[in-house]
Design a protein around this ligand. Sequence first.
Ligand code: GAL
Ligand code: MG
Length: 975
Amino acid sequence: MNRDPLDPLTALRPWEAPEVTSWGRLPMNAVDRRSESLPLDGDWRFQLLPVPDAPVGGPWSSAHVPGVWTMQGTDDLPQYLNIRMPFAEFPPLTPSANPTGVYEREVSVPADWAGRRIVLQVGAAESVLLVHVDGRPVGISKDSHLAAEFDLTGLVAPGSSSTLRLTVVKWSDASHIEDQDQWWHGGITRSVLLYATDPLHLADVTVRAAYSGELRVDCRVRDAGGALPEGWYVSGDLDGLPLTQDTEFDRLNAEDERVSDFLGEARMGATVPEVRTWNAETPELYGLTVRLHRSDGTVADMSYHRIGFRDVEIVGRDLLVNGERVYIRGVNRHDFHPLTGRTVSYDDMRADLVLLKRFGFNAIRTAHYPNDPGLYDLADELGFYVVDEADIESHDHAHEIADDPRYLNAFVDRVSRMVLRDKNHPSVIIWSLGNESDYGANHDAAAGWVRRHDPTRPIQYEGAAKLGWADPGVASDIACPMYAPLEDCVAHALSGEQTKPLIQCEYSHAMGNSNGTLADHWAAIESTPGLQGGFIWEFWDHGILQRVSDGRPVGRGGAGLYDNGVAAPGYRWAYGGDFGERLHDGAFIADGVVFPDRTPKPVMYEHREIAAPVRIEAYRHEGIVLGNHQHFRGLDWLSGEWELSLADGRVLTAPAELPDLRPGQTAAVPLPFALPVDGGEAWLTLRITTAREEAWAPAGTVVCLPQVRLREATVSAVENRSGTVQVDDDGLLVHPLLAAAPALSLWRAPTDNDELGGMALRWRAWGLDALVRKVVDMRWDGDQVTVLAEYAAEVGVVRHVQVFTPVEGGVRIEESAELPDALADVARVGSVFETVPGLDLMEWYGPGPWESYPDRRTAPVGHHSVPVDELFTPYLRPQESGGRNGVRHFRLSAPDATGIAVALDEPRQVSVTRFRAEDLSSVAHHDQLVPRPGCVVHIDAAHRGLGTASCGPDTFPSYLVAPGVHRWSWTLRAL
Ligand code: GAL
Ligand code: MG
């Protein structure tokens, strides 16, 4: 069927008309019709036009709905850009090439829908949707992350079939306000369905359920035929408890002559005795059923809601949930999937949230648009505080658009539609006006709408808050900066000027090997009244699964082509530029706390410990003091086990009896063991697990591993000399198990933070990535050898001394390196050596088992054992990885138990991987790495913290490597 050149929908050119946000679209509401609908998902006829007004007529292929065409075999591929728009045209204009997807299918309308009101729902389409039925124009919608509904009654005939066409235009005026930092796609991203109601129907239901147990339910009633029939009424119940009609409301409505023939309003209520209130720790939900009756009592329409009783308010500078100042342990979450791009299933979302719960998160910001509706159901059920964010980001043209009256309607439309959809979710505690769109009158207009419609929740908007964290005149009730230096946050809280809760909307940027100082942030948050938490940026590494051979996205068939964060051979995680984009922002799209397949990165474990609900507060003579750090829950849902780990390898365990503690309380419990008099350093860990099944974890799931040191390390005696050491003519240690002798290392494969923070550039300019060693002196003192080497950096010479002394079964190596003052802030100072192949298991005593760095190191100290190949974290762009902080001693062994043992003079940063730093730094993707057969071992006297400088503050000065003299020593023995 060719397009009618006079088709009014295209004739309007709505893709370049910001004033047009919709046409023929039904108002948004909170009545969920998904469960009684006719799903239209599946394969549709599809063709991609070069421009929206090109004639339809080419050959049809097929496309899966929901799905973006950019992941389904077309030549229009994903493109990643952060801030810059992918085209040069100014708002509201669009580029001359504007891919437009035409989706078509037949729809058989059930015969028993005769006489009913028939509605089409398109879950989400980006960025403009045009709807036709049998060639007739039905409507237009923008707002790419919310559903659009159209009344098809009279356009389709029950008992027969119609042709439904959904035309999706990729670029529009709306693209300029959907300029979020993510992949650009085009297509239908959420389910399409059809449903039918009685002409007399519930147009909306608004629920207010307070902490006190007071429930109020407001219904809006309409009739598709126009005037409402006489005698309609509503009824409702809450898990069997009948609601009562608010007759006073009816009387006032009547008295004020507000009663209309076309809009019915009714209010019901209840007071729930001994209400089980909702919070993120104990997310108690009730089932609310609302019925709309005809005068004869028959039910015309029904609506079901899962609701929670809770209060949200700001008192002074505190955000309170049910009167408690809760910490917001949040993450920013996009709707993302490595195979579909944007479409996420209920199971996907459930897996996201379950994982977050298991790692101690309690809050989500729906960055940067209303997420899939299922997300909110799951947040209600599993327990998350949600900042619900409207789909507005005009980053590249922020200033022009914020005050542009042509976009006013779009701002109000997007914010109000989000509120109308999500207002009944207890999980939603804050509305966000959007992201990175400057601040203008359009924002105030949207905020004004929300304040009137939903006075029960605060509003936040970073763009407004940044004009003044305490400014009462801006449209943000929360001081919600992004990436604010911690010292600024603390200073604000201490200034006496603070008037609003300070909750960072984004902090601790998780790009690559990152999230340094997260624990320092939380130490400050928990000790500074006025600071209440924040949302880590971000949940996902948005790597798209790509076939290396043809550079195409794999798409929906790719399940099973990845495991443990790594794509199968022949595949990789694509980031910006990998689809041949001319403009792109590279690996900046890979900045999540999980890999594209949801495998948690080490920072997740760090977070789990930081968020520990039970903590060891102190170790005193009378015992261990435990504290409950939750806001609402006791400890009865948890089990504990003590584990005492001694440096000499002994581990003692005992069951732990957890005291009955209310939130905020502490209690002393007796030390579970008599501490052995020998064994050296001793650490006591309380292994906390779920006692019973939780909605998000089976019984026995680790919740946290709080720890306390019971005894410091004892200084070991100087060892007797025995045997000989051998060095070659270059002063390099000769050892049968080493493939490369210990040399000085001052460099690491730059992390994303090192690159984007400018450190990597400096290190390369100094020549630290390719230092050349020159032996300047060698001295023998009996069986002891001293080697002095020099490494010439661009800004000075580094002197490195190694003293080799034979000891029982091996060699002791005392080293020092003197860095000139100009070498301030290098990556590391330490030794690097390589082993022969075959030593594939690492065992160590120190924090673990997960990866740790000086500024990301809450891992508990103990004895750990991990295959060498699993020590490495496959960050999407290869970089420094696999470090273990605070290692006291370690061994690398082959299955036949041969190998090496290394004892360190004090806890040191150690890494054992298959890669030299230059192996990692010279490739762009993990699949290009060729593992070496032996181990590359780094022992660092000092290692720079990770920080978050790819976007936000660098690490703290205390985690930098200072110039001057560094000393370290270690003993190497054959096993
Ligand atoms: C923020 C922005 C996010 C993302 C992040 C950097 O400025 O809100 O969308 O771009 O920076 O990854
Ligand atoms: Mg942005």
